[in-house]
Design a protein around this ligand. Structure first.
Ligand SMILES: CCCCCCCCCCCCC/C=C/C(=O)SCCNC(=O)CCNC(=O)[C@H](O)C(C)(C)COP(=O)(O)OP(=O)(O)OC[C@H]1O[C@@H](n2cnc3c(N)ncnc32)[C@H](O)[C@@H]1OP(=O)(O)O
Length: 268
């Protein structure tokens, strides 16, 4: 195993058989994504683009959770400055999402704990395969903090689960069990707790043994055929997220998450 990017919130290891492992590495914040995190994620994905030996990419989360989305603590601390901060965050988010979708190698998200918000749910929707432990949980999370979905979720989720179910997931913001997420069409498969890495590496080795040019071309054709294209959607999602983040409801939603209480929204 070679550590390609070895410090900060996102690590990259090039392992045997051409498997690159992206490790989300902020366990103290449930791998919550801030601007430095997004910048590091983009750097790691670009490194994967540049490594000719990469045949499959595994994304895992260090600690208790896969990823709990945007960094709510940092967002709440920004107060009135949050829209400017999110304009920067969503700029990195857009290029990281595009870079991930454009990876030649197939991407497997290996989910344990929670996959929530722009980071967790966004990565799940942008991956080619999602394997989840039975105890994993999934939540869109955006409306809870007075914001809107990002990372192309408004296109990918609708393709994955259908319009009716996507509206339920995005507007009612349920916490889905792994079985519910699989039944909806969000996951490739559910595995028993404790089997996640074994099953994920087995799939990665299987995919890594395939013809890389054919895999890359097939990915490009499938992703390019989604509606108006995920990447065309990213700027509108980003603009909406930054705009909503300046509302009192967004500040109330963030405060409610941190204070572990129901939010009271006022429509402004
Ligand atoms: C596709 C490629 C790239 C995508 C990139 C997307 C990037 C996104 C950035 C830009 C986003 C803009 C719009 C924002 C969208 C959002 O995602 S807003 C956040 C939505 N997420 C949530 O609301 C989830 C918040 N967390 C929780 O509800 C719970 O933590 C949990 C996930 C249900 C887990 O609960 P539990 O097991 O009880 O663990 P906790 O004790 O709550 O958490 C452990 C510690 O982690 C801290 N933490 C949890 N979530 C976050 C977070 N999102 N940000 C920062 N920190 C978080 C939590 O505070 C705990 O810390 P301590 O209090 O210090 O113990």
């Amino acid at each position: 195993m070679r550590r390609l990017v070895g410090s900060g919130p996102v690590l990259l290891d090039l392992e045997d058989d051409g498997i690159a492992r992206i490790r989300l590495n902020r366990p103290e914040a449930a791998n919550g994504m801030s601007v430095p995190f997004l910048r590091a994620l983009h750097e790691v994905v670009l490194r994967c683009h540049g490594e000719p030996d990469v045949r499959a990419v595994l994304i895992t989360g260090e600690g208790k959770h896969f990823c709990a989305g945007g960094d709510v603590k940092t967002f709440a601390a920004k107060g009135e400055r949050l829209p400017d901060y999110l304009r920067e965050a969503t700029a990195w988010l857009q290029i990281a999402t595009s870079a991930l979708i454009q990876l030649r190698a197939p991407v497997i998200a290996a989910v344990h704990g929670f996959a929530a918000g722009g980071g967790g749910f966004g990565l799940v929707c942008a991956a080619d395969f999602v394997i989840a432990e039975r105890s994993a949980r999934f939540m869109s999370g955006a409306v809870r903090v007075g914001m809107a979905p990002d990372a192309g979720v408004t296109v990918t989720l609708t393709q994955l689960v259908g319009l009716r179910k996507a509206m339920e997931i995005l507007l009612a913001n349920p916490t889905l069990t792994a079985d519910e997420a699989a039944e909806a069409g969000l996951l490739t498969r559910v595995v028993p707790d404790g089997q996640l890495l074994k099953e994920s590496y087995a799939l990665a080795r299987e995919l890594a043994a395939n013809a890389p040019l054919a895999m890359a071309a097939t990915k490009r054709l499938v992703w390019g055929g989604l509606g108006g294209g995920v990447e065309a959607r990213l700027p509108e999602e980003a603009r909406t997220v930054a705009e909503l983040s300046g509302t009192a409801d967004s500040r109330e939603g963030l405060a409610a998450v941190l204070e572990r209480r129901p939010a009271v929204y006022k429509g402004r």
